[in-house]
Design a protein around this ligand. Structure first.
Ligand SMILES: Cc1cc2nc3c(=O)[nH]c(=O)nc-3n(C[C@H](O)[C@H](O)[C@H](O)COP(=O)(O)O)c2cc1C
Length: 204
């Protein structure tokens, strides 16, 4: 009997796409995302693709066909598809806006379907008084529709602006600990889900 195993090897970094949801001038999302980026870089084990949706500058979804067909007619969709396809895992950094999450992130998610599927995602949400909990809650059904697998660990940051000094986000100890829990989960989920996707391909 042959058993199909999947071994990335401990030295193979997981390709983690970090997405900044806010595209607003003066956003604190950049500071929060840079904290995340720096912590992941110090920790190692992940190869980061840092996606700033303000730079990516996707229009509102402008494809003729549904994303499930993957018949894209626009260059920006093809480029976004190729970039998301190569990722093993995602980390979304989103503000809470009117009890939901970033509309720019929703639009970027809506462009594609299969490219997200059966990949793990971690959520870092922040806001004013709401603290990001509603953003996290609003994201969950969207992730489910796209077959993204949310890590059970997540980070909500209330009054996030009070933790930004000179453009740098100063994390509390428990926030860094939660980020580590989240990264541990992504580290465990990414190879397992990759194996699952590859098995599905083999099975046709
Ligand atoms: C239109 C608008 C709606 C907002 N709604 C909420 C909200 O429902 N809950 C909350 O906690 N913060 C809310 N906020 C505060 C934002 O989350 C906060 O300003 C955050 O810093 C925005 O992210 P950014 O600075 O990265 O753009 C809102 C801000 C704006 C501009």
């Amino acid at each position: 009997m042959s058993i199909r195993t999947f071994d990335r090897g401990p030295e193979t970094p997981i390709k983690l796409m970090v997405v900044i949801g806010s595209v607003r001038p003066g956003r604190i999302g950049l500071s929060v995302a840079l904290w995340v980026h720096e912590h992941i870089t110090d920790r190692g084990g992940f190869e980061i693709d840092f996606v700033d949706l303000a730079e990516l500058n996707l229009p509102m979804v402008d494809e003729l066909r549904l994303p499930k067909t993957q018949q894209y007619g626009r260059r920006h969709t093809e480029a976004w598809s190729a970039r998301v396809e190569q990722a093993d895992a995602f980390l979304f950094v989103s503000p809470e806006i009117n009890s939901s999450f970033s509309p720019a992130l929703k639009n970027a998610l809506d462009f594609l379907f299969h490219e997200w599927g059966r990949k793990p995602v971690g959520l870092v949400s922040y806001g004013g008084r709401g603290g990001g909990a509603f953003a996290t809650a609003a994201l969950r059904p969207v992730l489910s529709d796209l077959q993204l697998i949310a890590a059970s660990s997540y980070i909500d940051i209330a009054r996030a602006s009070t933790q930004v000094e000179d453009g740098f986000f100063i994390p509390e100890e428990q926030q860094t600990a939660r980020l580590d829990n989240l990264l541990d989960e992504l580290n465990a989920l990414a190879p397992a889900l990759r194996s699952m996707r590859e098995s599905a391909l083999v099975a046709g």
